[in-house]
Design a protein around this ligand. Sequence first.
Ligand code: ADP
Ligand code: MG
Length: 284
Amino acid sequence: EINVDDKYEFLKKIGAGSYGEVWLVLPKTSSPTTSSQTKQYVLKRLDLRQSTNNTSQNDIESAEREAKLLSTLKHPNIVAYKESFRSKDNFLNIVMAYCEGGDLYTRLKEKKSQKQTLSEDQIVEWFIQICMALQYMHEKNILHRDLKTQNVFLTKNEIVKVGDLGIARVLDSGNDFATTIIGTPYYMSPEIFSQKPYGPKTDIWSLGCCVYEMVTLEHAFNAKDMNSLVVKIIREETPKLSKNYSQPLRDIITSLLKKDPDQRPTAKSLLQNAYIKQHILRLL
Ligand code: ADP
Ligand code: MG
């Protein structure tokens, strides 16, 4: 029986997750002088007590899946997993690296309120890092399924870490996830509304929405209600992008947001794109 307070010191609550609370914590070590003592982590915790009734079976499965998937993923652009355990107070605890830079959504909101824009180099750098995370996941047949700027985190050195694998799944031909509409409305792809299964190209659509947001500081598809949003996603051509950004970058965004998933590039092919390769060389 593990007592979570014996293992971690809770510093502050940094989020109320969809299935529980997110805390900034400090591991408690027996040797007080080690440097590890100053390293902060994020602890996501979920109440497993059936009696309290504020946790559904779905939430429990989500959290368990996230812990299991995160533990198998090891990549410089995916939030690093530390451990997960059930504590004496009957919570499931998932411990992961803390990204001091916060999430990309908040970062873009700040830019917008300061009437600033992101440089093309910055956008492409973040784009490449998300692509690398996706390529790694897709190669393992894992779909993220909830990629959005709120789930992309930044370290203090501005390195991108894709996180929140709460609804990520292993792609399994025997399974059909099409029946449930999942994810966040703004990022939902056209195929989701025609009952097609969620595939790697659906993550690519979400990636397109993320890069579009980096360029415009606005959602790619936005409407006052759900019905008009769906119509826009299915029918409306992607709004034209500012000429302040290069043609190759605008072409990439257009390709990510193709209505037909088969016409969208794979994460792997994006990293082989001539314009992208040029930037990768710049970053080496
Ligand atoms: P959910 O979206 O299911 O609530 P998230 O994993 O996205 O769960 O966490 C919720 C919020 O907590 C995030 O939007 C972010 O602000 C913060 N957060 C989560 N994980 C981290 C992390 N590793 N580093 C920094 N902040 C985090
Ligand atoms: Mg989230």
